[in-house]
Design a protein around this ligand. Structure first.
Ligand code: ZN
Length: 303
C-alpha cells in the first residue's frame, strides 16, 4: 500500500507537468461568463447625440439589458454568471439593474494600465481581470459585452459590426453570435445597408482585446467580444434606445451563445501546451510592448 502511494507521489510532478495543471481549465460543464465591459466611473463609448430622447453608454446599456441575455441562456438549461470588473454601482437605476442580473463585482476598476494574467503572466492587457475571472470559474465560454463606436455621427449607411474572438477556441462561438445577429437584428430592424456582422480573430500581443482572448484560449475557454452595434450610427442607437428592440438585441446575443453551446459546447478544447514557449501573443512580441515594464508580467521574448 505504502509502496503504491510512494510511486504515485513520485510521479505527481511529472503528471502535473504533463497536464500543465497550474491554471484551471474551461470545461463544457462550467458556467457561461457574461462580462459587462468597462466600469462605473469609466463607462466606455457613448453616442454623440440623443436618439428617442436618450444617449447610449456601453456600461449603462449592458447593466440594463444583460438580464435578458442571461435569461435566454438559463432558460436553455445552462448556468450563467454575470460579472463586471468594477465596483457595485451606488446610483439608481444602475444599482437595481445590477441586482436584477446578480452581477458579481470584482472591485478592480479600470486603471488604464496594462497588467498580466494571474494564470498566464505573459498575457498582458488592461481589463485582464475579466479573463482571469472566467478562467478561475472554469467557464464553458466567456462573452465580453460592449458596443463599438467610430469617429463622426452617422445618419445612414453601414458600420463595420464585428465579433472579436480567440484563435483556437473562439471561432465557432463567434460564428454563432454573428449568425444569430445577422438573422435576427442586423438589417432586420437595425438597418446596416446590408452589411453583415464580421468576425475578427485577435491574438497578437498589444492588439486590442488580444490579451484577454489569449488568456482564455490558453485555458481552453472560447471567448468573444460583442462589438456589433455602433454608438455613432443613428440607426443602431435608435434600435438600442427602444425598449422592445433593445431587449431583442440582448436576447439575440443569448440565443447566439445557446446555439454555440448546443452545437459545439462538447467538442474537444485546445489548451496551451507549453506556457514557457513564447508565441505572437506573448508580452514583448509587439514593438509597442518591448520597452514596457509591466509589474508581474513575463517577457518570454527576452534573452
Ligand atoms: Zn467597450
Amino acid at each position: 500500500m505504502l509502496h503504491r502511494l510512494l510511486i504515485i507521489l513520485s510521479a505527481l510532478p511529472i503528471i502535473l507537468a504533463l497536464c500543465n495543471c497550474a491554471a484551471p481549465r474551461g470545461t463544457a460543464e462550467g458556467p457561461v461568463i457574461l462580462d459587462i465591459g468597462h466600469c462605473v466611473g469609466a463607462g466606455g463609448a457613448v453616442s454623440p447625440r440623443a436618439v428617442n430622447g436618450q444617449r447610449v453608454r456601453e456600461l449603462d446599456w449592458w447593466y440594463r439589458y444583460v438580464y435578458y441575455t442571461k435569461q435566454v441562456i438559463e432558460q436553455a438549461g445552462y448556468k450563467v454568471l454575470v460579472t463586471n470588473r468594477g465596483e457595485r454601482p451606488e446610483t439608481e437605476p444602475l444599482r437595481q439593474w445590477a441586482d436584477r442580473a446578480e452581477v458579481q463585482h470584482q472591485d478592480e476598476p479600470d486603471t488604464g494600465q496594462r497588467y498580466p494574467s494571474d494564470y498566464f503572466p505573459d498575457r498582458v492587457a488592461g481589463g485582464m481581470i475579466s479573463a482571469d475571472y472566467a478562467i478561475g470559474r472554469r467557464a464553458s465560454c466567456a462573452v465580453f459585452l460592449h458596443h463599438n463606436s467610430a469617429r463622426g455621427w452617422r445618419r445612414r449607411g453601414a458600420s463595420p459590426s464585428l465579433i472579436i474572438c480567440n484563435r483556437y477556441n473562439g471561432r465557432n462561438l463567434a460564428s454563432c453570435l454573428a449568425g444569430t445577429l445577422n438573422r435576427e437584428v442586423l438589417n432586420h430592424g437595425m438597418p446596416n445597408s446590408g452589411r453583415e456582422c464580421g468576425i475578427s480573430v485577435r491574438y497578437v500581443d498589444a492588439t486590442r482585446a488580444a490579451g484577454w482572448m489569449n488568456a482564455c484560449d490558453d485555458a481552453g475557454i472560447p471567448a468573444a467580444v460583442v462589438e456589433a452595434a455602433f454608438l455613432n450610427n443613428r440607426n443602431h442607437v435608435s434600435y438600442l434606445t427602444r425598449d422592445a428592440t433593445a431587449r431583442r438585441y440582448a436576447e439575440a446575443v443569448g440565443r447566439g451563445i445557446v446555439d454555440y453551446l448546443r452545437r459545439y459546447g462538447n467538442e474537444p478544447r485546445h489548451y496551451r501546451a507549453d506556457t514557457d514557449c513564447p508565441d505572437e501573443g506573448s508580452f514583448g512580441y509587439a514593438a509597442e510592448s518591448r520597452g514596457l515594464d509591466v509589474p508581474g508580467a513575463e517577457n518570454l521574448w527576452e534573452d
